[in-house]
Design a protein around this ligand. Sequence first.
Ligand code: M6R
Length: 609
Amino acid sequence: MCGIVGYIGSGLAAPILLDGLKKLEYRGYDSSGIALLEDDRLKVYKKVGKLDALRNELAFRNFYATSGVGHTRWATHGRPSDENAHPHVDCQGRFAVAHNGIIENYLTLREWLISKGHKFRSETDTEVLPHLLEEFYEGDLVETVIQMTKKIEGSYAMVILALDEPNRIVAARQDSPLVVGLGNGENFVASDIPALLCHTRNTYILEDGEIADITAGEVIVTDQYGRLVEKNIFEVKWEASQAEKGGYDHFMLKEIHEQPRALRDTLSGRIDPGESEIVLSEIKMTPEEVKNISKIFITACGTAYHAGLVGKNVIEKLVRLPVEIDIASEFRYRDPLVDESSLVIVVSQSGETADTLAALRESRRRGAKVIAVTNVVDSSIAREADYVLYTWAGPEIAVASTKAYTTQLTCMYLIGLYLAQIRGTVPGTERKAIIRELKKLGDKVSVILNNCAAIDSFVDTYKNAPNAFFIGRGLDQTVAMEGALKLKEISYIHAESYAAGELKHGTLALIVEGVPVIALATQQDLFEKMVSNIKEVKARDATVMAVAMAGIEEIEKVVDHVLHIPNTHPLLAPVLTVVPLQILAYRMAVARGCDVDQPRNLAKSVTVE
Ligand code: M6R
């Protein structure tokens, strides 16, 4: 995944592009570049490393260009380097292209272009694009882009600057997000809204196959056949400050602290005033349709997959239907038994993850109804699903997901309770009890956030540990997976999660003196068994930090450190259990001097397969 920006107007393009790229750095940050039209030439500045490397290099130059395109990269084809950084240009330097996605048939196109005499300078798939433009150009950039898109296969969001047509930039999209920002005498384009917010709230969200012809005065959108498309203006409601750090050292910390608010927003309007029913007007299935569901599938990637794991357990328990869960990149390749009587739930913060989108399409192709649980309004996944449940978490910028996970869990509870309500599988009193607890989760997360000082001494002792283990049973096991992922991705400590009962079947061999083990023990009915597993690791001299519900004093006798979370219904515990694990990962990463918001090799959402 990469971030792209474009600008045309009367302002200075370079600072506008660089600021836009800063807002998109979460999408990729191994190299960056901008292309500007100046002195009747297309000038390209590119640099390997984070955006600051480029900014420092350009700091003392005076640019006066009023149009340009920019890119921040997450490498797929070709290692991070100055040459592989975007924008890429053709042989004569007449077209500059910034691209997000993958041109799948680039090798064939590259060979063909080389046979025609084109000279390539990079190892990227993207470089075929400016050479194709050079090959086909006959005086109209939009026409040429239409012609080019017929030749390319794969996914793209691209923005193009052409020397011969200085008064327009052209953008096109297929399977990668692109938003046009509508200004006054100036217009913008970017991969995501945060890059536009300090300029405008009025946007066109481009759809697959659409091409935007952007001049300072207007934006004309056509489809891939050149037919005019009437776009509706999408007005962004959130504040620019929501996409800023707001006094926190890192976006991740800010987003962890936003969870109480985010959880309340997820629930807002979805519980009846009597607190006894779930109201999901978004899911427009008739009671008959709900009753006819024979099986439920959940599919997602990474943290969203971990939320789906909790969802599987919760929905099976509440709805008494079989629920299968798949990692989205595996789903369609295993020929899943999805049919017209299946309900498929896809979970994706960004709503743009390529594998999750492909799983959604495959499910619909097989006749299933699809509910999307997503955070980004009007994202591809939101648009293509039958029903959308927005998480309303607000923009999540840090690569490591935190509020996305807890709000996705909340949506899982809402869906489970809602289906159970229609199918009559949970008695009203029990449903009411869960709903009441659900409403208290935000406050309980605040309590945890105000009481996690105990984590600091653990971090101090173990910040140089090479390995860590997360164990749990039942729902705790699924949260252990998320805890281990958080620690790995931002602190680079090797972390593994295990079903606690599974340790003795192999992994116990790795538990030696001083190895940190984080034991999750919130599930009352499994508590005794969990204590036995903790004793097994203690007997091998591991150091154990437990997470347990308030009032469970026995745990203190068997572990080295305890983090108590407020009491709640056991099904809802994951929302609370994960919070100290998020803080643990965050503080470990800070103590180890890691780049918390932009961990190495990662990107916020993965729009390539
Ligand atoms: O945008 P999505 O929720 O579809 O992203 C899926 C994963 O890439 C994502 O959850 C990733 O694992 C997290 N950012 C890790 O913290």
